[in-house]
Design a protein around this ligand. Sequence first.
Ligand SMILES: Cc1cc2nc3c(=O)[nH]c(=O)nc-3n(C[C@H](O)[C@H](O)[C@H](O)COP(=O)(O)OP(=O)(O)OC[C@H]3O[C@@H](n4cnc5c(N)ncnc54)[C@H](O)[C@@H]3O)c2cc1C
Length: 189
Amino acid sequence: MTLPLGVLKSGRVRFNPPLPAQKVQAIKQLGMGVLNKLYLRFDEAFWPDDVDWLEYLGDQRGQWAEWVSLARTMGQPVLLGFNAATLGREIESWSDQKIVASAMRTLRNMFGADIPEPMAYQITRWASDPFAGGSYSYYAVGSSPVMRNHLAAPLGQRVHFAGEATHREYFGTAHGAFLSGVRVAREIE
Ligand SMILES: Cc1cc2nc3c(=O)[nH]c(=O)nc-3n(C[C@H](O)[C@H](O)[C@H](O)COP(=O)(O)OP(=O)(O)OC[C@H]3O[C@@H](n4cnc5c(N)ncnc54)[C@H](O)[C@@H]3O)c2cc1C
């Protein structure tokens, strides 16, 4: 069972018999965070193309603060903007047009009023994705590492639990998810 913590939290998947209390508590108290991306493709790069990361300190804390340029590494005139946590969650309810316009206002503050409109965009909405319910897990206030062990504990010899949220050291990562799968493979050997 490798359902994301966000899916387990949603209650959309029901277990019969119900999950043990410690597992239910872990699902409730560990947090599922949000990190969303907006990719903007332009005709050509109008930003410095010899750096990968562009940081912005605007008047709205954390909003469009972090950008990655794909110009140097991939030779593509593409900018990737991030929004995390509360704002990342909030903008999921915005229309695509509103998200792109908000990002463009920030880019105009950074690079000047005359930069062009993007030719194309891609937007993620991880929190509203019914198969994700967020981006990756974190320690919410009131949670603790032992809760990841409770989440990872098998139900008898039948149902085994893997996925990033079950890894105590490398939660929130691809390698944490992979290593949790290795652990389960050993459990059922
Ligand atoms: C924006 C972003 C950036 C990231 N950056 C990094 C990074 O730089 N480095 C890094 O190591 N990690 C990064 N991660 C985290 C990494 O992607 C995850 O930790 C990892 O993919 C989790 O793997 P998983 O197998 O636990 O879950 P998932 O990859 O989410 O797999 C769960 C699977 O369950 C399926 N599923 C969901 N609900 C159901 C259902 N009801 N029935 C059947 N199937 C279902 C889903 O479709 C999905 O295929 C990032 C994640 C995000 C969102």
